[in-house]
Design a binder for this molecule. Structure first.
Ligand code: GDP
Ligand code: CA
Length: 307
């Protein structure tokens, strides 16, 4: 059974790992968000791709939720001491990956090729594809102005309420090689419990990807990133309240109108299933607190085709 997962960073990576643990990892293709990519200290950083890579390679820091375990920060301390660009946390181990990626990009390799090479070097059998090799960047519109994603998220600690989201470069961005083929070959399409606006929407902003999902002939299942109407971490709940007008399952499903057949939602949200329309609710325990929980959530999503 071939599975495609659309995924952002932390929440997505946890779920992707769960899926890759309960099926043949090589049968899974992850389409990752690149709207958060950022140039820091002359390096190209792809935070969401890296969260997925580290999770699948078992190198991630579970407690912190992002970056590598056993990380140290001496390079960044030196950068800060020298008055350099130190607002974006890059650990010493993590930096090695950014150096390799940046050099390859400068040499003209596409992001998809260097991502594949790094995944192989890390022993990752699951295929990880950036949504696009083209430049696509998320911008956040707020009352204080429009900010590049990381400046809003990390730089300003996402304190400004997001009024809207824009994806620079999306009009002309083409899916990375293999993306449409993977969707076409899939028996099941999954949307990870990632932030709908800033993790999944930038993937769907690539027109051909959205169209491929809209025209699917196999089930597409999204997993809600909210539990009891609250994000486990990050601004997804505030964004849904502000932009969609609420944090009920129908507001999450509304982000994927015409693209999903089922929504896996938490028991804590099961009392308000109004307005889901054609979307079938699947109630589950969705907090991926440990390996068992993330695998059970993966099994729940897979149940749509296994049953
Ligand atoms: P980012 O790119 O690092 O921000 O990560 P994602 O967009 O992939 O994930 C962020 C979302 O994951 C947040 O909205 C969280 O609510 C959600 N999330 C994190 N852990 C869990 C979990 O265990 N269960 C569920 N249902 N959602 C989670
Ligand atoms: Ca992200």
């Amino acid at each position: 059974m071939k599975i495609v997962i659309l995924s952002g960073g932390v929440g997505g990576a946890r779920f992707v790992r769960g899926v890759a643990e309960v099926v043949e990892p090589a049968d899974v293709t992850v389409i990752g968000n690149v709207g958060d990519d950022v140039e820091v200290l002359g390096m190209h950083v792809s935070p969401d791709l890296d969260s997925i890579l580290y999770a699948l390679a078992g190198l991630n820091d579970e407690a912190r939720g992002w970056g590598r375990s056993g990380e140290t920060w001496q390079t960044l301390e030196t950068v800060a001491a020298l008055g350099g660009e130190a607002w974006f946390s890059l650990g010493d181990r993590d930096l090695g990956l950014h150096l390799v990626r940046t050099q390859a990009l400068h040499a003209g390799q596409p992001l998809s090729a260097v991502t594949a090479r790094i995944a192989t070097a890390l022993g990752v059998q699951t295929r990880l594809l950036p949504a696009t090799d083209d430049r696509l960047r998320t911008w956040i519109d707020t009352a204080a102005g429009e900010f590049p994603f990381q400046e809003w998220f990390v730089g300003r600690g996402h304190r400004d309420e997001a009024e809207g989201v824009r994806f620079e470069g999306a009009e002309s961005a083409q899916p990375a090689p293999g993306v449409l083929e993977a969707i076409d070959a899939a028996n099941l399409l999954l949307i990870a419990p990632s932030n709908p606006y800033v993790s999944v929407e930038p993937i769907l902003a690539v027109t051909a990807i959205r169209e491929a999902l809209a025209q699917r002939r196999v089930p597409c299942v999204a997993i809600s990133p909210l539990i009891g109407g609250r994000a486990v971490k990050g601004p997804a709940d505030r964004m849904l309240a502000r932009i969609a007008g609420g944090t009920s399952p129908r507001h999450v499903a509304g982000c994927y109108a015409g693209l999903i057949d089922s929504l896996v939602l938490d028991e804590a949200d099961a009392d308000d299933l109004d307005g889901l329309g054609e979307v079938r609710p699947i109630v589950a325990h969705t907090l991926m607190s440990d390996a068992g929980a993330r695998r059970r959530l993966a099994e729940t999503a897979l149940g749509v085709v296994r049953a």
